[in-house]
Design a binder for this molecule. Structure first.
Ligand code: NAD
Ligand code: 13P
Length: 413
């Protein structure tokens, strides 16, 4: 029998944290997984900062900037995107996407969403055809054809099944092993757990990847997917959970991929709004009001555009919904940068550049993408908070206008 090889595509703040979680689990479950976890690193030259405990004036590694993969593989720390957190030595930073995914049966996608398209272009034809994916990306794909979940978009692009992981998970807290919960949605067609295919004839199945809103027809969403060969351990909920579950990182498994993906994406817009009102010094009540409306708009968006698959309970009962809303509006990067932009009178993009050392905000781009889609559907007024954030980012409205903007009546409530 074979073991699963897990590869992580991405090595930012969350990408590196999830690689750490997984590498601990591959080591703890040798019956299921190969121990080594390849992690794709978008290569860059990085100087180990003098504040790092690894800084040593006499060491060649510290005298000039080095390749980030070399640093990660030498001192087992991602000094740029997850400084101060020791990484398990079974994580291998790899600058080649193709080598990272070689023979990997489980692919974990964890990149800022603006970079996923290029990565998937490079991955086409390079992955095992029966691989399974999990997207940890908090964002949605918007094109002139409509709006799509990244899990489904990745699945369609690569011809594989892709689930989703999302939760109230500020990366640094998870990396420091402070307890949190997360939600993993994994619901492949039943052939995975059924009979193995006859020798020499890979079992395939045509699956429909849910709905894409704003599209006239769904035919491009049919994916021909190959069954997992019988020599691999089955990817049941129990085994998928073992990829991520740690004593400090509690996984709840669900089937609602759309709800999990949308919660993670849309709360980033709400966190920007929470940052705006906090930046005005309006206090916790104002922030709570923004969160309340934000949660309602998440549910409404899911029900309106992904009605066949989304469950309201995913937003109201799971970590990926209400809990992620709360944590992101308390200490997330979108919240912090939006708050600082109001306090300092700077644009949020300037704050991002100045404060995040290369990390990327997702809330601003998601606000634009969601607005472009809502506009195309004539539904901007139905989502006053999402629309307000877009208009404030565009300079059409001010953070002070938020209470008035949220009063707008709705036709569909
Ligand atoms: P990040 O914000 O740390 O982004 C930086 C990453 O982008 C680095 O790995 C960098 O190498 C890479 N990058 C820069 N330019 C690139 C390019 N041209 N091509 C490819 N990669 C490039 O990233 P992150 O925090 O790991 O975020 C990944 C996803 O995880 C996002 O969708 C985010 O919303 C989600 N998420 C983040 C957190 C968190 O607390 N950081 C928590 C949960 C989920
Ligand atoms: P930020 O990207 O705003 O930091 O949000 C982190 C997150 O998703 C916490 O669950």
């Amino acid at each position: 029998t074979k073991k699963h090889r897990v590869a992580v595509i991405g090595s930012g703040n969350w990408g590196t944290t999830i690689a750490k979680v997984i590498a601990e689990n591959t080591k703890a479950n040798p019956d299921l997984f190969e121990e080594t976890v390849q992690m794709w690193v978008f290569e860059e030259e990085v100087q180990i900062p003098e504040s790092s405990e690894h800084f040593d004036r006499g060491s060649a590694l510290c005298t000039k900037p080095q390749k980030l993969t070399h640093i990660i593989n030498s001192i087992h720390e991602n000094v740029k995107y997850l400084p101060g957190v020791p990484l398990p030595s079974n994580i291998v930073g790899n600058p080649s996407l193709e080598e990272t995914v070689k023979e990997a049966s489980i692919l974990i996608f964890n990149l800022p969403h603006q970079f996923i398209e290029k990565a998937c272009d490079q991955l086409q034809g390079k992955i095992l055809p029966f691989a399974r994916g999990i997207s940890c990306i908090k964002g949605i794909e918007v094109s002139d054809k409509g709006i799509e979940l990244f899990s489904e978009w990745i699945g369609r692009k690569l011809g594989i099944y892709c689930g989703a992981l999302s939760g109230a998970n500020i990366a640094t807290e998870v990396a420091l092993e402070k307890w949190s919960e997360t939600t993993v949605a994994y619901d492949p067609p039943s052939m995975d757990s059924s009979q193995p295919s006859p020798q020499g004839s890979p079992k395939t199945s045509q699956i429909n990847l849910g709905e894409m809103s704003g599209r006239a027809e769904d035919s491009s969403k049919k994916v021909k997917m190959m069954a997992l060969p019988a020599e691999y351990p089955p990817l049941s909920h129990e085994n998928v959970k073992k990829i991520f579950h740690r004593p400090y990182f509690h996984v709840r498994m669900v089937d609602d991929v759309a709800g999990v993906s949308l919660g993670g994406a849309l709360k980033n817009i709400v966190a920007v709004a929470a940052g705006f009102v906090d930046g005005l010094g309006w206090g916790d009540n104002a922030k709570a009001a923004v969160m309340r409306v934000g949660l309602l708009e998440e549910v409404k968006f899911g029900k309106m555009f992904f009605e066949k698959s989304v469950k309201t309970a995913t937003f109201t009962e799971e970590s990926c919904g209400v809990a992620d809303m709360i944590t992101s509006c308390s200490g997330g990067r979108n919240f912090r940068c939006a708050k600082m932009s109001v306090e300092k009178g700077m644009s949020i993009n300037e704050v991002e550049k100045q404060e995040l050392n290369g990390q990327k905000l997702q809330g601003t781009s998601t606000a634009y993408e969601v607005n472009g889609f809502l506009k195309s559907q004539g539904l901007e007024d139905e989502f006053p908070l999402f629309t307000a954030v877009y208009n404030i980012l565009e300079g059409n409205k001010k953070p002070e206008d938020i209470p008035k903007l949220l009063e707008a009546p709705s036709k569909y409530r």
